[in-house]
Design a protein around this ligand. Sequence first.
Ligand code: NAG
Ligand code: NAG
Ligand code: NAG
Ligand code: NAG
Ligand code: NAG
Ligand code: NAG
Ligand code: NAG
Length: 581
Amino acid sequence: MLSLITRGLVLLYITTACLINAQLPLPNPPYLPPEASDGAKRSSGQPNPQWSTLLGNLLYFYEAQRSGNLPFSNRVPWRNSSTNLDGKDVGLDLSGGYFDAGDYIKATFPLTAALTSICWGATDHGKAYDAANQTAYLDDMLRWGLDWLMKAHPSNNTLYVLVGNTDLDNAYWGGDVGIPTFRPSFQINDTSPGTDAAAGASAAFSACANLYSSKGFGGPFSEPASLQNSSYSEKLLTHAQQLYSFAVNAPGGQRTYQTSVPSIAGTYSSSSYTDELTLAALLLSYATNSTALYQEAEDYYTKFNLAGQDGVFNWDSKTPGLAVLFAQIAQSNSGLGGNLASWQAEAERYFDRIVKKKGPGYLTKHGLLFYDGDSDSATLNPALNAAMLLIRYAQIASTPEKKSAYLTFAQSQVDYVLGKNPMSVPYIVGTHPNSPSNPHSAMASGGNDISNIDTSPEKEAYVLYGAVIGGPDKFDQYYDIRSDWPETEVALDYNAPMLTLAAMHVLNDTNDPFYTSLEVGAYEKVRPKGHPCDPVFPEACAPTLSKGAKIAMGIVVTVVGLVIAGLLAWYFRVLRSGKVE
Ligand SMILES: *[C@@H]1O[C@H](CO)[C@@H](O)[C@H](O)[C@H]1NC(C)=O
Ligand SMILES: *[C@@H]1O[C@H](CO)[C@@H](O)[C@H](O)[C@H]1NC(C)=O
Ligand SMILES: *[C@@H]1O[C@H](CO)[C@@H](O)[C@H](O)[C@H]1NC(C)=O
Ligand SMILES: *[C@@H]1O[C@H](CO)[C@@H](O)[C@H](O)[C@H]1NC(C)=O
Ligand SMILES: *[C@@H]1O[C@H](CO)[C@@H](O)[C@H](O)[C@H]1NC(C)=O
Ligand SMILES: *[C@@H]1O[C@H](CO)[C@@H](O)[C@H](O)[C@H]1NC(C)=O
Ligand SMILES: *[C@@H]1O[C@H](CO)[C@@H](O)[C@H](O)[C@H]1NC(C)=O
């Protein structure tokens, strides 16, 4: 009897999940992240169970970030439906999608960077998702973002780039049932365009259209994850084409989107649109097999002087990824053109400077790749993004020496992030007992006292499994303080490169991730006291005197004291001798 009911429920579950999402059926029973203690156990087998778990947890994080009406299949028991009225102010349904980070805004530009990254990685490392039984969750995760992005693009030349009030939201700290209902929607359009935001969204749609049409890169790369759906791919492609045309032809001209929507300037200003425009053209050329678009992408690369750049790869700066993608396309026999050797030279110039430490990125004392400025508010992201590009590009490097140097460097970054650091902390929430316990996330914290974020409540209410955090400071120190957003905040774009890295390890690595070898509790022994020197704790940046400075100071004080004493003695002697009239 009981089993009959259970079976009925299971059937209902599967049917509902399918009906609601019209996508791959989700596993039953569902995948749930294991206790953090599981990360301290060694595993073996192919695919490696620990890497498979990590891949599952990284995807699970996105489920916790969902905005809107949560479906029956929701796996995050402490999340509630929320913000269902998003878009009402503009007469649209903009509910759904993802909260960007530790607060409750929905920001299109970084979302599309994350989606592009994830679809790209699921295209060239896709069989890992199949091997880890995570493809249905990948599909679910992508559609939750892409379906919203389609709603945020209601007509050819309109794209919503921000939902939620950035000021109010920064002031609201609390659970997902009390989110302030004043959530304005901000758009770009013909008269107030945003070339980067439109092109970035186009790139995400193209990258995911490639994935949904199972259009891999061939050669040494993995086949795409098995979630082919041609009607969905077509739908994505239509949006990609319209958005590209919007980016290129908006009557208001080409410009960065924060000039049209100043409300986003404080959180996600774009530094330029040239990288997104080139990426959009390139991905669309691959998705549509268009030599004309491919030529446009190469022309942009030249016209915008993108060659020779040396900076970070992240949600805002996509240039370093371009040479990699050009090279991948050149080796894929797509017939689009492109000279493999010259794209290899361009990619290798960039990567060689990273691994030989000749570029602006340098290593912290304990080996984390660090870019002044870009790394200051999130140290792990630039390092993980570099590692992700390196493992991808290594497959088509021009020499075995370069391939091996790139893979070694990437491994050093991944090891650092997963616990090979002086804190003995794997910087992913809920993966190991030493993992961060205080991610900056309003919804996971369980608190609502904004002036006491760190202590109210004492212990974070919910474990935000699978969240990659900002990371330690440039001195490799991690303080685990909830209010310290540069170190502890979580974000959609922080997780993205780690997914592709974990996928590569699922495919290729029988060894465990570094954290299984960590001593449980080691962090508590080395946890630094006080506060890190960062924008949240400027007082911790006040210059403290070195020992030498203190000695010098002591000498100055003594000398000045002696001089004053001498003067006083002279004065009184003069007084006593009665020579002052
Ligand atoms: C493909 O996606 C469409 C649109 O989301 C959906 O309606 C359809 O059921 C899917 N087809 C398959 C075979 O999964
Ligand atoms: C994936 O599912 C298959 C079939 O249920 C199972 O044998 C296998 O162990 C699973 N693999 C992982 C990594 O979960
Ligand atoms: C969801 O609602 C439940 C019940 O009201 C509450 O206990 C929980 O804290 C809420 N979750 C969040 C993230 O606020
Ligand atoms: C176009 O976008 C700007 C900036 O968001 C906005 O102020 C303006 O109202 C929009 N125009 C229309 C016709 O909606
Ligand atoms: C929107 O874009 C599509 C495809 O790019 C085009 O066919 C259509 O004419 C455009 N619609 C308008 C109203 O411009
Ligand atoms: C792409 O276009 C070229 C000609 O431009 C053609 O030879 C090739 O078959 C096309 N590839 C696909 C997959 O359609
Ligand atoms: C994965 O393994 C294959 C076969 O051993 C190897 O050629 C490839 O370089 C490896 N990929 C990575 C990223 O290590």
